[in-house]
Design a protein around this ligand. Structure first.
Ligand SMILES: [Zn+2]
Length: 1077
């Protein structure tokens, strides 16, 4: 173990490099040789502030501002401070300042989290200019927050007028403190760490402690821990390091000087949290021991077991990495050894097994968690687990599989790194700030991934067995048995009731009134807004400062050696493709980005599937990778062999509905560039040498039956289903996938499967043949095309036998609209769900249709003005407690505008308030200030930049934009410019033309899902607005409910094993991808 880190390097003479910028000395420069990322670590000799810049190419800059937050009690100072920091600072003394400045600076919402050892404040911006502008504002909030009594009242704790305990942090902990996860976590830490150790505390704050916490204590904690020498600014992304340090120097360092925080890198009396306190002592587990924890539950059937052991030193990165690979080996997929013994069996011992670790100052904690353990096994399942592990060790490990796992993890790591750049290292770097040494080589060693993988590959069979034995089988275990208790649930409820009653009588009517007044006053004080002139004095950056990943695109012409017309910026790609000139029976679309990978995709149009065969598409999709596939030499691969082989050869594979195009299925295979030919070969095999089997059909239907009931109880699924049923015709494929449709269809399908299995398999095969008609297929290659030797001719051998056919146009969703969908009006449908207590609604009206409509930019800004964070709906609907969230949006593919409100006590009231806002804006009684328009435009720019910040998301967008929407490659820049030009008048005009009709019954339809108790109020609200209301009660029973012995349990088990693809999951994915830019 290295000696205490800071003293060792105290004084500027010891620094390993003489490079400096102002007060900042360079501690380390790490230039990685396997990826284009450079990390520089800097420290101010004046204040001790650390700045770490992770430099790499990309449009988004991320900030992680970390404070090491050690505490020796459960008061929750770290967590409460995290909340209070966002409510104004010395230089910006307004509650909404940071948010409002961020929202006009192409930035994400400022956010934060508090862990056991640190509080990290986060922000992302599009472009470096906005980042540097926000940085000093943010840090002013962190180091010099305006900690006031009024924000303490609203954000931390107060007693309200009804005598109940409240406050944002208090309510958060009320929701967390008695969950099984928190109870187990606190219980084992109390056992493992002695008093005086920081790892023992509840940093979130226990409710009983929050009730007695006061502002002075938080202020005191802040003054001790929130100091420059305990703060690290990690910045990831492309900006000038020099400019970053100069900005810090001229703003943050100056303020630190004013506050007399320029006492060098280690002021007297300062003990480094966790490293130089009692928390650094490594605990011992002297013998196997166990503790029992009760947790409140309605049913007492399933508990949880967590096993904690002391793992290796955090400096031993090789053993830590090996342990996580062993975890993957033991539990990673269906055929993994522990799952085979404990989960994937007739009567499972648990639904999942997780192996993980937590880094502490001087050791690593290893955790094994067994979830949903039937209570009869809670007493000794760890003994069975240990026996199984011993058996695995005796029988030996499958080294072929271990190496395949190492390869796969490495490939996925390389791909992740390429997608998010040096951002992938932010976790390791924050860890290094907390527990590392300014000058040590540890960080550099941790980041040398190729060397690490090389070492892991060279481990022998015996080495793996030794690691398994030493760190998993042998160590003494601390076992936590979490037992469900309905008595505890009742007890907590009655104790809480009694406590509140006592509180009410103690305070008396006078006291309660005083509380109401106090809360009211605090709220009013907090809501004093930042004056508009201050907001407007902060200059909005130019959209031209945002950088975009460049993509070159070209398409070949079917049955020809020629290319379609290519834009000048794609000439390099065109020449490369022309050099490999062959004629293929179909057009091939190429989108080039610099990369180590290439993705081959086949788009399959569902437009030609007859309406009565739509449900079979669901079966086709679910069975796609669970079939038998024959290879060229005649070998037939089983499902398990297929999965192993795909995982071995590819980086990833998927079959899904194309984002935004639910009538297109896309089969995507991603490989290392060198395996391009292999990807094409797999494409051929998976599409044409793939055969459904009756056994698989039966097991999938069984899984489907078990997973359906939960979607009948999920309000968002029911709402989507309701909308699809009302707004679309049968020709909309996904309509056939909804839970209620499947429930009707499944028993009949099952019966046919029993009586005539061959016939059913033939039906699936007929569907496959009709889907694979050449007129319904499109082929695309995305990735580093310039690195491919034979980008076109590689396809020849595998695909030349495909006959030429002109490609049918993609069917757009508006072609599947029902009569109501084409002309919404008057109708409101309310569905009651027995298991919920709040309402979810969606409102539709005609908007504008088509991908190039000239009004789109103005309408989008108008919608953002309504829905953006801190804007109208946020303040008037969310702020007033009318719904947890509300937003309005546009779908140009169906030509609808819509208004959605979720988790609302009364959907009709949320609707009425939204209507008042829009009417008020249109008639001028509610002003539309310019800064709101700017905030909406800025949030659009950030969302766009964030959405296209990875190579694969950008290249995929360029493909759909060009091939499916027929728009130019400069679309993003053109759209952003058009958005910037939108005026207040245009926005108001759009509200009048297109948004107001959404709140008039003649031109709109409303769909609501709510609890049974809410139906009457909501229905009369909509009737008052002029809608014809239909009320339905959802029947959440399924015909097979009685014969499913414990469907929920088995479904969970199967799902966690990655076997079940449920209707609801697809549905959620689909609704997420529904809205188009
Ligand atoms: Zn919180």
């Amino acid at each position: 173990m290295s000696s205490p880190p800071i003293e060792e390097t105290n004084g500027s003479n010891n620094t390993s490099t003489s490079e400096s910028v102002g007060d900042f000395h360079l501690l380390k420069r790490i230039a990685l040789n396997y990826t284009d990322v450079t990390i520089t670590k800097w420290r101010s000799e004046k204040t001790g502030l650390r700045v770490i810049h992770v430099d790499y190419e990309g449009p988004i800059i991320n900030g992680y501002f970390a404070v090491a937050t050690e505490i020796f009690d459960d008061s929750g100072c770290p967590h409460t401070l995290e909340h209070l920091v966002f409510h104004g600072s010395e230089q910006y003394p307004y509650s909404d300042a940071l948010q409002r400045i961020a929202f006009r600076s192409f930035a994400s919402t400022p956010n934060a989290y508090t862990a056991q050892d640190t509080t990290v404040y986060t922000i992302s911006t599009a472009g470096g200019t906005s980042f540097l502008r926000l940085l000093p504002v943010y840090v002013d909030h962190i180091l010099y927050p305006r900690l006031t009594e009024s924000t303490f009242v609203t954000e931390v704790f107060h007693i309200n007028g009804e005598g109940q305990d409240a406050g944002v942090v208090y309510s958060e902990m009320q929701g967390r403190q008695n969950t099984v996860a928190d109870l187990v976590d606190l219980a084992y830490r109390r056992k493992l760490f002695p008093k005086g150790n920081g790892y023992r505390s509840e940093t979130g704050g226990l409710m009983e402690a929050l009730r007695t916490l006061n502002l002075a204590k938080i202020q005191d904690y802040h003054s001790r821990y929130y100091a420059p020498h305990n703060l690290c600014l990690v910045v990831t992304g492309r900006l000038s390091t020099q400019a970053l340090l100069e900005e810090v120097q001229k703003t943050i360092e100056v303020r630190a000087g004013v506050h007399e925080q320029d006492k060098g890198i280690k002021p007297d009396e300062w003990k480094r949290p966790f490293m130089e306190t009692e928390s650094a002592i490594v605990p011992k587990i002297e013998s196997n021991s166990s503790i029992s924890v009760e947790f409140p539950a309605k049913e007492e059937r399933f508990g949880e077991i967590t096993i904690v052991t002391i793992g290796p030193s955090p400096d031993d990165e090789q053993t830590s990495a090996a342990l996580s690979l062993l975890g993957e080996y033991l539990t990673g997929n269906i055929v993994a050894p522990l799952n085979k013994e404990l989960v994937d069996i007739a009567n499972p011992y648990c639904t999942s097994i997780g192996i993980g670790s937590t880094a502490r100052a001087k050791f690593t904690e290893i955790h094994v968690t067994l979830s949903d353990v039937p209570t009869k096994y809670l007493g000794n399942l760890e003994i069975k687990l240990r026996k199984i592990l011993q058996k695995i060790a005796r029988q030996g490990l499958d080294m072929k599989r271990m190496h395949s796992i190492i390869d796969r993890v490495e490939r996925l790591g390389r791909h992740g790194l390429e997608e998010v750049g040096g951002e992938a290292f932010s976790g390791i770097i924050l860890q290094d700030f907390l527990y590392g040494d300014d000058y040590s080589e540890k960080l550099e060693k941790q980041l040398q991934l190729p060397e690490l993988f090389h070492k892991l590959r060279s481990l022998k069979h015996q080495d793996w067995l030794d690691i398994l034995d030493r760190w998993v089988i042998q160590p003494n275990m601390l076992v936590v048995r979490a037992r469900p208790s309905s008595t505890m649930a009742q007890r907590l409820e009655s104790e809480e009731k009694a406590r509140i009653q006592e509180q009410v009588s103690r305070l008396g009517p006078g006291g309660l009134e005083k509380r109401t007044h106090m809360v009211h006053e605090a709220k009013a004080k907090n809501e004093e807004p930042m004056p508009d002139e201050v907001v407007e004095s902060i200059h909005v950056p130019d959209v031209k400062t945002i950088t975009w990943i460049s993509v070159q695109s070209a398409s070949t012409i079917a049955d020809s050696r020629e290319l379609e017309a290519v834009e000048p910026s794609s000439q390099l790609l065109a020449r490369h493709l022309e050099a490999d000139s062959v004629a293929l029976p179909f057009a091939l679309h190429f989108d080039h980005v610099s990369s180590q990978f290439v993705t081959v995709t086949t788009y399959i149009s569902l437009g030609a599937v007859p309406d009565d065969k739509k449900t079979l598409v669901y079966i086709f999709e679910t069975l796609f990778f669970a079939s038998e596939v024959s290879l060229e030499d005649g070998t037939v691969l089983s499902e398990a062999e297929l999965i192993h082989q795909l995982e071995h050869d590819l980086v990833s594979y998927s079959l899904d509905h194309c984002d935004g195009y639910p009538e297109l299925l896309c089969l995507s295979l991603r490989v290392d560039v060198a395996r391009y030919d292999l990807a094409i070969q797999w494409m051929r095999r998976l599409l044409w040498s793939n055969k459904a089997s009756t056994t698989k059909l039966q097991s999938r239907i069984a899984i489907l039956k078990q997973s359906l009931p939960e979607y009948l109880r999920d309000p968002q699924s029911v709402l989507s289903e309701l909308q699809a049923e009302e707004l679309y015709t049968e020709s909309f494929t996904k309509r056939a996938f909804y839970a209620r449709r499947l429930i009707e269809w499944v028993p009949e399908f099952e019966r046919r499967l029993k009586q005539d299995p061959r016939g059913v398999v033939n039906e699936v095969e007929d569907l496959r043949a009709s889907l694979l008609k050449p007129s319904e297929l499109r082929f695309s290659v995305i990735g580093d095309v310039l690195k491919l030797d034979r980008p076109r001719s590689s396809w020849l051998e595998k695909f030349q036998s495909l006959p030429f056919a002109p490609v049918a146009p993609v069917r757009l969703l508006n072609e599947t609209l029902s009569t109501l969908g084409k002309k919404p009006g008057k109708r409101a449908v309310i569905v009651s769900l027995a298991n919920i207590e709040s309402s979810f609604s969606s409102q539709h009206a005609l908007g504008i249709l088509g991908f190039s409509h000239p009004q789109t930019p103005a309408l989008l800004v108008a919608l953002d003005v309504l829905s953006g964070a801190e804007l109208y709906f946020w303040k008037r609907i969310r702020g007033a407690g009318l719904a947890y969230g509300a937003s309005a949006s546009l779908d140009v593919q169906i030509g609808h505008v819509s208004f959605d409100a979720w988790t609302s006590p009364n959907a009709a009231k949320a609707y009425q308030e939204a209507k008042r806002v829009v009417e008020g804006l249109v008639n001028g009684t509610i002003p539309l200030e310019n800064h709101k328009l700017e905030a909406a435009k800025s949030s659009y720019a950030y969302t766009l930049a964030e959405g296209f910040s990875t190579r694969s998301s950008m290249a995929h967008f360029i493909f759909t934009n060009r091939v499916l929407r027929g728009r130019s490659s400069s679309w993003i820049q053109d759209r952003l410019a058009a958005i910037q030009d939108v005026t207040v008048e245009e926005v108001l005009d759009m509200m009048k033309q297109h948004i107001l009709p959404l709140f008039q019954s003649e031109t709109s339809v409303a769909f609501v899902v709510c609890g049974p108790g809410q139906v009457d109020d909501i229905a009369s609200g909509y009737r008052a607005e002029g809608y014809d209301v239909e009320i339905r009660h959802m029947d959440d029973r399924v015909p097979w409910a009685d014969d499913a012995e414990d469907s929920n349990f088995t479904t969970k088990a199967l799902k966690l094993l990655g076997k079940a693809v449920s209707a609801g999951e697809m549905l959620v994915k689909w609704t997420q991808g529904l809205f188009h830019l």
